[in-house]
Design a protein. Sequence first.
Length: 374
Amino acid sequence: MLPGGGLEDQPAPPGRPGPARGLPGGLGRAGRRPAGAGAGRLLLGARGPVGGGGPAARDHRSRRVSGVVGAEWDGRGRGTTLAPVRSWAAGSALDRQPLHRQSPEWLARLWEQENARLLKVTETGEFYTCDSGRRLRLPRPFVAFDPQRHYLLGTVAEVPVFTVLSLPEGETGSLRTVGHQLDEQERELATVAVSLVNWHRQAAHCPVCGAPTTVLHGGSSRRCTRCGEQLFPRTDPAVIVAVVDPEDRLLLARQASWPEDRASILAGFVEAGESLEQAVHREILEEADVELTDLRYWGSQPWPVPRSLMLGFTARSASSEVTVDGDELVTGRFWSREEVQQAVADGSLVLPMSSSIASRMIRAWLDGRLLGDG
């Protein structure tokens, strides 16, 4: 099983992309495992306190990313063209209410508000949707508030949004299968919800003494019932790198487990005690035997299955020579823009799904703006 929540590749219904596994774009070797009113869109608006007052408070080798590209399929087994997606660079409309959420009474009042909404998430990282996956299904909660099960995502334009672990029911989708169809705000809500629910599933017991933990502050932390250790949601950093050679061609490679027409840029997890820059140099040297210069940060994207933050970098190579091991990575070379465009057009090359940072970086390179702003 590849990392990424255990979702298996399978045929997709017509017109819908099939599920894939791992991180959203990028490529690497097997290693550490880097989800009243009916449904409706929330409206962006000013942020502010909701629900009344509250207390003020407040091996030595790399473990590489495996299976980290998800192709966007057109329902007939062919890859679709790339599309621009949210950069995650702007500020968030989601107010996580860090001060008010420490009050159980405030959380309970928030839950009872007429405009409160609940996003249900399954143990496989899927969430409730409607309109063929184009919108989140966000009903008003009708059960009593349970502080150990119901987690506050935050408020959007004074609309409280909670999440809960739930069994699949009706229409559901994942960030891989429908993320590209959601608007920016709902995609962010789904990402936060899947991240939070996955973490709570994994943190039910204390990593120090093994005793059960209990939920605090509307789901923003947990505490051990025996030793008192306080736990917070974890995020594992992973680097994803767009490497160009002296001829401004882009490095793309294919993992052994992928179809022959699939390729992407390279990625991998950051090791303990390693800087992001060191991780970039190490990963590309280990995976493609390419040495880098002119390393620059480009942008980032959260990816909750399992619990990663993709940190995008650009870099230049001194030469155009690429050597892959022939085991995990079976092909790898630098591509010109004309080669990529022609291969995508004739269906011989499938690139990462449009909602991934890998797709956005490849699109930026195709447009001649990769080495500028992300």
